[in-house]
Design a protein around this ligand. Structure first.
Ligand code: BEZ
Length: 386
């Protein structure tokens, strides 16, 4: 047998004999993320975070080497089904990590729930992914669109604001973010008086800013992220609106964007499951390792990528790398308490994090934590039957 490489199925696990020693083949992980367009930086941060955690595990998961396959999904839902099918059928990946855009994630979930592969969503908040489309093999390491939005609605009502105009891109993430905000804000006595939208990823905001100025609400609630968030926050300040109408939003409005937003973002309040100044030993260690490795400061997207890998580590460790023990692996992932830089979290029944949502304030180049807006917030998982 020496020098000969053979692949045989052993007890359900495919093993390779190399020079007489048995080892399992490489674990194939497909990154389906945006590497171009308005969400490009988010995709890169997620991949960086994921790779960092794998490197911390010695570059292997439960003894298995990793092979990565990458697809740029361009945040384009019309290409999503082909892209995910290519990863599953042509590349035969074991695990898919993706994606950022809710519309793309829903197309991925539809395909993956009918397959044997595992999907870990490291950002896209589409409520349905851990709601009506939930499935045993779909996990999320990030948030649902409802979570930070609901928390901000509650904060805005507690601060006695009475009227709000909302503004966002017209797609699932924007609609659901506005829905979550409105639910809590109106429950607390506020009223959303106008809902403004524009097509994703359009950034021609001027006409809508003029409409906001004419409506004169107490506050504006906005969902934008990535390059679009940079432009919106700058345009909002450029129009002078930040002087008279406070701009609120989920933390995506100011996360990973402060270098580019500069003065325009100062003092803004947002809600999110991460902040730059948590100052816990766990987060400090993560931030140091990330900064050393990538020469960049981490953001929420990096944390979500890192935690996607942490979920996978938990599952792979439980089955000693034998991913064919699918039920056992899923059970371990469901039970794990993720030691996240954001603070430890568990997963709810529909596989979405149950987590604290922080209230943050922009100071200089940091989203500083000024409190916990809602403790251990669980997504309602509406429509999930598992
Ligand atoms: C989404 O499409 O779900 C999304 C994109 C960027 C940031 C947050 C959510």
């Amino acid at each position: 047998m020496r020098g000969i490489v053979t692949r045989i199925a052993l007890g359900g696990a495919l093993c390779i004999a190399v020079g007489g020693a048995w080892s399992q083949p490489k674990l194939k992980i497909g990154f389906m993320l945006p590497y171009t367009g308005t969400y490009a930086a988010l995709g890169t941060a997620i991949e960086n975070g994921f790779r960092l955690r794998v490197e911390e595990a010695g570059g292997k998961l439960a003894g298995r080497e990793i092979e990565y396959v990458k697809v740029d999904d361009e945040s384009d839902p019309s290409k999503a089904t082909d892209n995910i099918n290519r990863l599953l059928s042509r590349d035969q990946v074991d695990v898919v990590v993706g994606t950022v855009h809710s519309g793309v994630a829903m197309a991925m979930a539809k395909v993956v729930r009918e397959s044997k592969a595992l999907l870990i969503v490291p950002n896209a908040g589409a409520d349905a992914v851990t709601g009506a489309m939930c499935a045993p093999n779909i996990f999320r390491s990030s948030f649902s669109n409802w979570q930070p939005a609901y928390a901000m609605g509650q904060v805005a009502a507690e601060r006695k604001h009475k009227t709000a105009v909302t503004i966002t891109w017209k797609y699932a993430a924007g609609d659901e973010s506005v829905g979550g905000f409105k639910e809590a804000f109106e429950k607390g006595g506020g009223k959303v008086v106008k809902e403004l939208t524009l097509a994703f990823p359009n950034v021609e905001f001027q006409a809508l800013l003029t409409e906001i100025a004419a409506t004169r609400p107490d506050i504006v609630y906005a969902f934008f992220a990535g390059g679009g968030a940079v432009k919106f926050v700058k345009d909002y300040a450029g129009a002078g609106l930040n002087k008279s109408i406070p701009l609120y939003g989920p933390g995506f409005l100011t996360d990973g964007t402060l270098d580019a937003q500069g003065e325009a973002a100062q003092g803004m309040l947002t809600t999110l499951h991460y902040a730059d100044s948590l100052n816990t030993p766990r987060d400090n260690a993560f931030r140091l390792a990330y900064a050393k490795t990538f020469k960049l400061q981490p953001d929420v997207y990096a944390v979500q990528g890192y935690d996607a890998a942490q979920l996978l580590v938990a599952g792979m460790t439980a089955v000693k790398g034998d991913i064919t023990k699918r039920d056992e692996m899923i059970a371990a992932m469901e039970k794990t308490k993720v030691d996240s830089p954001r603070g430890a979290f568990t997963l709810g029944k529909s596989h979405n994090p149950v987590q604290d949502i922080y209230l943050r304030k922009v100071e200089g180049k940091e989203n500083k934590v000024i409190g916990v807006a809602v403790k251990a917030l669980a997504d309602p998982g509406r429509g999930c039957r598992m």
